[in-house]
Design a protein around this ligand. Sequence first.
Ligand SMILES: Cc1ncc(COP(=O)(O)O)c(C=O)c1O
Length: 382
Amino acid sequence: MSVKQSYRCWAEVDLSALRENLGWIRHKVGPAVKVMTVVKADAYGHGLKQIAALLMQSGTDVFGVANLAEAHAIRSVGKGWPILMLGACLPNEVETAVRDQVSVTVSSLEEAQRLSDAAACLGRQALVHLKIDTGMGRLGARPADAPSLLAHLETLPGLVVQGVYTHFSSAESDAKFTRQQREVFQSLLGPLVKQGRAFEYIHANNSAGVLLEPKSVFNTVRPGLLVYGIIPPGPRKIPPQFKKLVRPALSWKCRVSLVKTVPAKYPLSYGQTFRTRKATRVATITAGYGDGYMRSGSTKAQVLIHGKRCPVLGRITMDQMIVDVSRVPGVQAGDEVVLLGRQNKAEIKATDLAEWFGTIPWEVLTNITYRVPRVYLGGHAA
Ligand SMILES: Cc1ncc(COP(=O)(O)O)c(C=O)c1O
């Protein structure tokens, strides 16, 4: 029995897809632009260490993480890669950030002062990117305060301002607001450039920005979802050819555990929220919300068996769910079920799951739980 055959519910990560997606992003932004691959939340559920190793081999310039634990995991795979912590650095994390030479997002003088103090204590440099809040409201200095803050940061001993950045709140949905954000950011950069001030990293574009905002490439881009092969959904029109140039790296699978026929008017699953209309052939399958398959998809979601779409009937339970296989002949216990990905000519996309679950593809991926083993195909990983 192969390793895969022994799994009840697992995810397959195609490393060649990731490599190609990064290659396409590089091609799109041009050779002079650095790519910061965002690998927060276990590399969007793909497995941080393996994906970091692959991205190092594929030439990522810098990693974007949420916290120092993620930075540490990357360092355990390969030393020396630049890392930016996109989240704020808590007071009790400052020393570790400086010691580990992780670049830190700074929005205020207090944060910068703490880092400078730690740098002095440790005899090291504190690396920072100044974030400017142009309309996201989460982190970042107010634009009006940014020039004086930057001037102040540059006087702090041990502090090295490696970059300046901002974050778009609506790049996939609101062109006008995104343009306003860019213009605010550019109006601050302009005078600095005139003064001859250069930054190693100037960045704004997330995945939607990479696809839709060529004017805000600056010298670095910061894609996440796109690296994993998913186009951010939204009302803004993405050129159709782009959609063919990246492909999803992750497929999610489980197995049929039991097949049976139930009579008409038969209640299925907890709470009897669903009853069959006629005699129905159903399969119980080995995935549930304990694996991250969200319960909100009950009676809405579909899975693939033998390349055919099979609707989920009744409530999704912790480890199992029931699907209609009336239109799929020959289904047997042990057959492979695709929850996300391709089977024969059929495909279920992360955006489909997101719609059924009432969420976004980012959450679909990061919600796949620890008990789902990640199996790596198509390349060497850590
Ligand atoms: C600050 C920041 N930059 C970039 C990204 C990547 O975004 P996306 O996955 O939409 O490319 C994120 C993701 O949450 C983020 O928080």
